[in-house]
Design a protein around this ligand. Structure first.
Ligand code: NOJ
Length: 765
């Protein structure tokens, strides 16, 4: 095997050169590509030693802010010295204008070539001003709001010295057990692709060199969200149809939007750790898609290839990763420690190293770091921008748009702001930290507006608000890097909560999850409410039937009992800094809710993965025997379907029609629908178009989202929504292994959620 290595590495090099050529032609016009900058990169590369080149591919964390297991190699204390030696290209978790400036100084003034560092951070839903968690933001179905939220996050981060975020996470999430569903855009590749592009545009702006732009990262390439049994870091084993039709589209959309970097992942895919996948990173990403940016590994994912059992030691892991197209090494220290020798021995070709370094330098040049390495670290801008009133106002706007009304029996909501007594119940209701959510960058702990504060601020003088904690949630144990110990038994607060509830006209009760119950490494085997929450709700409902449940959670929860018995349910996720105000706007009707679920909510955990765009199976319906695809102890249907969300008014959908019955493969069809506000309040709804490809060379989903549009209507008002669908939008990864549209019948459904029944059909011929 050893003697084969030089040969293999030359083959890989040839592929790299070929893929570079295709990348350069495919990516001309890409924001990272610029002839003058390429020339400057050539010049710089010519001056660099192998060690300095390797240095550009080495990323260290600030050891005081770990976002993964700490390194145990004794190197930790030498990191700043390594910067001076030119052996570090990027740092993560160094935050703030002062800290980034002084670390930058070490690189620029201390190292031989003075190449600036790139500072990266997980700026996922805000830097200091917290926006709703990404899953919640997606519930707004408002791409402009999502773009604007990423823009603010970028502006704040950039002022604090960060030039690069590890976001957006574009992994499709079909399994609510996986804690990171909170960080993505939900279960649908069409919506996920649009959201991915909107987030990239928000972070990167029109020009990466703009001082309010930071480089974005599409992650985790690829398949990470499909961990078996929803268990974090677990095996991923999907076929090519799922890979191409479901997992890859959001990545391709991010690349199309000009994303500067891509992060690979911890998972294996078809037995190969994605960090070592030349197919994904070289053939697809850098080859077919012409991606000119760089790939960063996930935290120690290079080193973890030894644990996966595909590399005998860290040197082999480094060789595999670089050969496969992982350009930057996050925290494994494997490139720094081994690449130089691998290149000297011929085991890795220097052309691969040059290609990786060029990609990293491209991003540094595009960010303007070579013109002024300190431009991002500006204490004055930092002080002005962080938590500015303008940013908080936008956070509140996005938060209100992200709320989904799940149930409103007998129109309990909205509540009159005057003349009532309101009991606010539940530890989460007074919690100023949970709404900040997981992955909160530099949020100040306990800085969110709580639900209780929001309610108190919204009511008039004639209304009394009382509060009782009721259940416990493990408060005091919260931490990003340790498991939460949840107090499952404590009912000591029940009596007081029941007393307060009994004495009020209406109860607003918060249920759900603490911030760090979802996020990385927060998989659960049980999606029901933790601890004594449901038990308390039962006791509260027994003394006061007027209970509005406000859910705060990072993932879909299995809450069938709550759904049946609570008269009103508001899905408020983890909404960020302004959470309480935004929720109060919905509770008291200042804002008519219009969010729609970007994920299906299961009835029981055993239903997951559950998603609307599933296959039909060969036995989808009850044949009068047990021999059909179902559970014997639960229905197939979710508790709340994808796309679902109520309003304080109602809408009707009718007269779905196509403007033609036949479309050529390069033609288009317009599907129209009449929408009417049939209620007595102004409101907005998201009209959703789903299409079913009736017969394909592969089994096709029962329906797929292909368009949506928000309509705003006054009571009684009607409008017609037109969706233009190109036949090419119906293409998929066919049985022939190509992306193509196949002729045949297509059925279109339009309505307010994924169960829409109004339909029409057309043929592609
Ligand atoms: C591990 C996570 O998987 C990744 O998404 C994140 O960006 C890195 N840690 C850095 O914090």
């Amino acid at each position: 095997m050893r003697t084969l290595r030089p040969l293999l590495s030359s083959l890989v090099t040839l592929c790299v050169i070929a893929s570079n050529l295709s990348a350069q032609s495919a990516s001309s016009g890409h924001p990272l590509m610029d002839a003058e900058r390429e020339r400057r990169i050539d010049e710089l590369l010519a001056r660099m030693t192998v060690a300095e080149k390797v240095g550009q591919l080495n990323q260290y964390s600030n050891t005081f802010d770990l976002t993964g297991p700490p390194p145990d190699d004794g190197e930790a204390g030498r990191r700043y010295e390594r910067i001076r030696e030119g052996r570090v290209g990027s740092m993560l978790n160094v935050t703030g204008a002062e800290a980034t400036r002084s670390a930058q100084q070490l690189a620029v003034e201390g190292s031989r070539l003075g190449i600036p560092l790139l500072f990266g951070l997980d700026v996922i839903h805000g830097y200091r001003t917290m926006f709703p968690i990404p899953l919640a933001e997606t519930a707004s179905w408002d791409l402009e709001a999502i773009r604007a939220s990423a823009r603010v996050a970028a502006r704040e981060a950039a002022a604090a010295g960060i030039q690069w975020t590890f976001a957006p996470m574009v992994d499709i999430g079909r399994d609510a057990r996986w804690g990171r569903v909170m960080e993505g855009a939900g279960e649908d590749p069409y919506l996920g692709s649009l959201v991915a592009a909107a987030r990239v545009r928000g972070f990167q702006g029109d020009d990466l060199a703009d001082l309010s732009s930071i480089a974005a990262t599409a992650k985790h390439f690829a398949g990470y969200g499909f961990a078996e049994a929803g268990r974090e870091y677990n095996t991923v084993d999907v076929g090519t149809a799922t890979l191409w039709n479901t997992i890859l589209p959001p990545f391709q959309a991010a690349v199309g939007a000009g994303v500067a970097s891509v992060m690979n992942g911890f998972n294996v895919l078809d037995g190969i750790p994605v960090t070592a996948s030349a197919y994904l990173q070289r053939d697809v990403l850098k080859g077919d898609w012409g991606f000119p940016g760089f790939v960063v590994s996930d935290w120690q994912s290079i080193l973890e290839m030894t644990t996966h059992g595909v590399a005998e030691d860290p040197a082999a892991a480094a060789r595999l990763a670089l050969s496969a197209g992982s350009d930057m090494d996050m925290e494994s220290d494997a490139y720094r420690a081994h690449l130089e020798r691998l290149i000297e021995s011929g085991a890795v070709d220097e052309a691969l190293l040059d290609d990786a370094v060029r990609r990293v330098l491209r991003v540094k040049f595009a960010l303007g770091l070579f013109d002024d390495p300190y431009r991002y670290s500006d204490p004055e801008r930092e002080a002005d921008l962080l938590l500015s009133p303008e940013h908080l106002a936008l956070a509140r706007d996005v938060a209100r748009k992200s709320i989904v009304l799940l149930k409103n029996q007998d129109r309990l909501l909205p509540l009159p702001p005057e003349g009532r007594s309101i009991a606010v119940i539940g530890a989460l209701a007074a919690d100023k930290d949970a709404p900040l959510g997981s992955w909160r960058a530099q949020a100040i702990p306990n800085s969110a507006v709580s639900l209780l504060e929001g309610v108190e601020a919204a009511v008039g003088a004639g209304t009394t608000v009382s509060y009782a904690e009721g259940y416990k949630l493990g408060i005091g144990q919260r931490s990003f890097i340790q498991d939460l110990a949840l107090d499952a038994e404590d009912r000591s607060g029940f009596a007081e909560a029941v007393r307060v509830a009994a004495g009020a006209d209406v109860v607003v009760m918060a249920l759900g999850e603490e911030a760090f119950q979802s996020g990385e490494a927060r998989s659960v085997a049980d999606l029901t409410l933790k601890g004594q929450q449901e038990a308390l709700l039962r006791e509260v409902l027994a003394v006061n039937p007027n209970v509005v449940v406000v859910l705060m959670n990072g993932r879909p929860l299995a809450i069938p009992w709550v759904a049946e018995h609570a008269p009103a349910i508001v899905e408020a996720w983890h909404l960020g800094s302004e959470a309480g105000h935004a929720i109060a706007e919905v509770l008291f009707g200042a804002h008519n809710p219009s969010g729609k679920l970007p994920v299906s909510f299961p009835r029981v955990t055993g239903q997951v993965p559950i998603y609307y765009n599933h296959f039909n199976t060969g036995r989808p319906v009850d044949p009068g025997t047990v021999f059909w695809s179902h559970y014997t102890d639960a229905p197939n249907e979710p508790l709340y379907p994808f796309g679902y969300g109520l309003s304080y008014t109602t809408f009707s959908y009718s007269n779905v029609r196509a403007d033609r019955s036949e479309v050529s493969p390069d033609g288009q069809v317009t599907i129209s629908v009449d929408v009417r506000n049939t209620g007595d309040r102004s409101g907005s709804d998201v009209a959703q178009l789903y299409i079913r490809d009736v017969v394909g060379s592969r089994a096709r989903p029962v329906r797929e989202l292909k368009g949506f549009e928000r309509v705003e209507l006054d009571p009684g008002e009607a409008t017609t929504v037109h969706f233009t669908v190109r036949a090419q939008d119906l293409a998929f990864y066919t049985a022939r292994g190509v992306w193509d549209v196949e002729p045949g019948e297509f059925v279109a459904f339009v309505g307010g959620d994924s169960t829409a029944t109004e339909r029409t059909s057309f043929h592609v011929r």
